[in-house]
Write a protein of this length. Structure first.
Length: 135
């Protein structure tokens, strides 16, 4: 039997950080990994958008001094970023009981990071956290 092997390139990025990983906790803090931050063009601040009809949150890169700009801060040692977005919880009526992970974050043609609340699931990291109360 003749085999048709295809060699896979390794790349410079470790597999665990190659894809976009975005979460949101019950306080409305949105955390993204380095890959998501880089694909959003490494903004200093973002505008937070909300589409109630489609249950989606959007993050659009903007300047720190622009109107309605939410600052993007550091999170962790590996280039992750944190955005304080408590207004999404209070003003838009989004209910988050545990930290949720957006399973299919994507960046649209306008450069907006789309976070779908309908497909979000409770993060495995939150479920397995040592401080989580066990029933």
């Amino acid at each position: 039997m003749k085999r048709e092997w295809k060699e896979l390139s390794r790349g410079d990025t470790r597999a665990q950080w190659a894809g976009m990983y975005v979460t949101m906790n019950k306080l409305g803090t949105i955390v993204m990994n380095k890959a998501a931050y880089e694909r959003l063009d490494e903004p200093q601040a973002v505008n937070i958008l909300y589409d109630a009809a489609n249950c989606t949150i959007g993050l659009r890169a903007t300047g720190r001094n622009m109107r309605n700009a939410y600052p993007v801060g550091r999170s962790g040692r590996h280039g992750g970023r944190r955005i304080p977005a408590y207004r999404v919880i209070t003003e838009c009526g989004v209910v988050v009981k545990d930290t949720i992970e957006f399973t299919d974050p994507e960046i649209d043609t306008d450069g907006v990071l789309i976070l779908n609340l309908r497909t979000a699931k409770v993060s495995n990291r939150a479920l397995n956290h040592p401080k989580r109360k066990r029933n």
